[in-house]
Design a protein around this ligand. Structure first.
Ligand code: ZN
Length: 154
């Protein structure tokens, strides 16, 4: 019995660790998205400048090398945007993977406990007392800190 709760404690510890990592990843994602937005705005500005330069060339009947400089800048900016978008995709995929792993681990712990018939404690009247998760209605051990089904913190 004690052993099972030690195991449960371990899984809660790793859940907390996981949550901290998730937070870090969410921050990373926000940073990427802000960077992406800035680059896209920069690209919009370049397109606008290009249009203006093209018009000036037309109006003055002159060939200005300025537009070639803008072409090069746009090319490299588009590459940067592609790269950031790829990194955001990887990050999202990685977050999804680690959440799936976390769910699998919680389920496995729950099944282990069921297999060992860990029952909630009995109150003085002999009735089993449980904490009912207000998130998913699963009955949990009275001392549980997290819902064994959905991970909700009590
Ligand atoms: Zn729950």
């Amino acid at each position: 019995m004690k052993d099972v709760f030690d195991k449960l404690g371990e899984s809660i510890l790793s859940t907390v660790k996981e949550a901290a990592e998730q937070t870090q990843k969410s921050v990373d994602q926000a940073v990427y998205r802000t960077g992406l937005m800035n680059k896209k705005n920069e690209l919009k500005d370049l397109y606008q400048q290009l249009g203006m330069v093209k018009y000036q060339n037309y109006a003055e009947g002159a060939e200005d090398p300025e537009h070639k400089r803008l072409y090069a800048k746009i090319d490299s900016l588009k590459k940067e945007i592609d790269e950031i978008e790829k990194q955001v995709d990887d990050l999202i995929k990685c977050q999804k993977d680690s959440f799936d792993t976390y769910k699998r681990e919680v389920k496995t712990t729950w099944n282990d406990n069921m297999a060992q018939e860990v029952r909630p404690e009995r109150g003085p009247d002999g009735v089993e007392i449980m904490k009912i998760c207000n998130h998913c209605n699963t009955g949990n051990h009275v001392e549980a800190s997290y819902c064994i089904n959905c991970g909700n913190k009590f």
